[in-house]
Design a protein around this ligand. Structure first.
Ligand code: ACO
Length: 321
């Protein structure tokens, strides 16, 4: 039994903020941002929430998969920017789509969140516990980045992506690799709220995402190709056998470095970061949905997916479409 992606969906907020628009709010430029990152614009939530975008992405994925809410056994949503601490965003999605039978929960694996959700769903499906799962990555990063820190806020955007997966005898996930390195957690972090119980005089200054960009870069360009190589070998394939690589969309330079290290042409690495920026857990499923809706993905094609980010965490998979 393999875990097969049978439908995809995504949702981006209506409001687009270009690099030139950003330069009206801070000392930056399209030249600085696009030359270092490949990002030209991102969508920012104004009326949208993490839940509202997730619900829309879920509905589109279910329609694409031709699956009804009653068929969904499991909903797993990767996010670091849910609207509530509780209930989980996955539970909000469950209620909105009416998937009454489903078990729903969120996970936090930062930019690897969708990939971790995929592997958890795979494990449940392999164990025979569930047949059909809705997996999502969704973020409103614009509420957790520091808009006074031009070195981070220009990198990120908001949005949600979803996929419906189901056990299938013939095709689906061929191999998987995932890992974590908590000792390097401070390289990319966002502290939560401080404790303000009566015994503590906590500093309640808002706490935002901070990162050591160059350390993140080093981590990504070593760990991601190694993880992909391992996953591709485990599927009995070589990088040349892979039709497309759908990577977390952090930075064009990271993606180009991975393509070089694997000796695979850039053309096999579709991009959404130019119009979305980095949307953490949402970036892989949004990219996958764009590829699916453009008709790039044909039955039998092999697609390698990889997410990497805060934790630190990483995860790759090879899927036969
Ligand atoms: N506009 C204009 N100038 C800026 C901006 C900006 N938005 N941000 C920083 N600068 C300036 C800095 O002040 C600094 O100026 P100085 O030399 O006068 O002090 C100069 O540009 C260089 O700043 P650095 O922070 O050193 O920039 P760097 O060259 O390292 O590039 C970047 C930053 C693009 C983020 C790089 O570190 C990188 O590619 N990192 C990879 C990791 C990544 O993309 N992370 C994204 C999220 S993590 C994830 O998803 C896994």
């Amino acid at each position: 039994m393999k875990t097969r992606i049978i439908g995809t969906g995504s949702c981006l907020p209506k409001t687009v903020m270009t690099n030139d628009d950003l330069s009206k709010y801070m000392d930056t430029s399209d030249e600085w941002i696009s030359s270092r990152t490949g990002i030209r614009e991102r969508h920012l939530a104004v009326e949208e929430t993490t839940a509202s975008m997730s619900i829309e992405a879920a509905k589109r994925a279910m329609e694409n998969a031709n699956v009804t809410a009653a068929e969904i056994d499991l909903i797993i949503l990767g996010t670091v920017s849910g609207d509530f601490v509780t209930p989980a965003c996955a539970c909000e999605v469950q209620a909105a789509i009416g998937a009454d039978r489903a078990v729903a929960f969120d996970i936090n694996a930062a930019c690897s969140g969708f990939m971790f959700a995929l592997n958890i769903a795979n494990a449940y499906i392999q164990a025979g516990l569930y047949r059909t799962a809705l997996i999502l990555g969704a973020e409103t990063l614009s509420k957790i980045v520091d808009w006074e820190d031009r070195s981070t806020c220009v990198l990120f955007g908001d949005g949600a992506g979803a996929a419906v997966v189901r056990g299938d005898e013939n095709c689906g996930m061929l191999s998987f690799d995932q890992g974590s390195d908590g000792a390097k957690g401070d390289v990319l972090a966002c502290p939560g709220r401080a404790n303000n119980n009566p015994l503590i005089k906590a500093d309640q200054t808002p706490r935002y995402v901070h990162m050591d960009g160059q350390e993140v870069y080093k981590f990504a360009v070593t760990t991601v190709p190694a993880s992909l190589q391992k996953t591709i070998e485990a599927a009995g394939l070589t990088p040349a056998d892979i039709d497309y690589f759908a990577l977390h969309q952090a930075n064009i330079r990271i993606i180009q470095s991975v393509s070089k290290r694997l000796h695979v042409s850039d053309d096999k690495f579709p991009i959404s970061l130019d119009h979305c920026g980095n949307i953490s857990a949402a970036s892989v499923p949004i990219l996958l949905d764009e590829m699916n809706r453009k008709g790039l993905l044909k039955p039998g094609m092999r697609v390698a997916l990889s997410g990497f980010g805060g934790g630190l965490t990483w995860a790759s998979a090879v899927i036969e479409w």
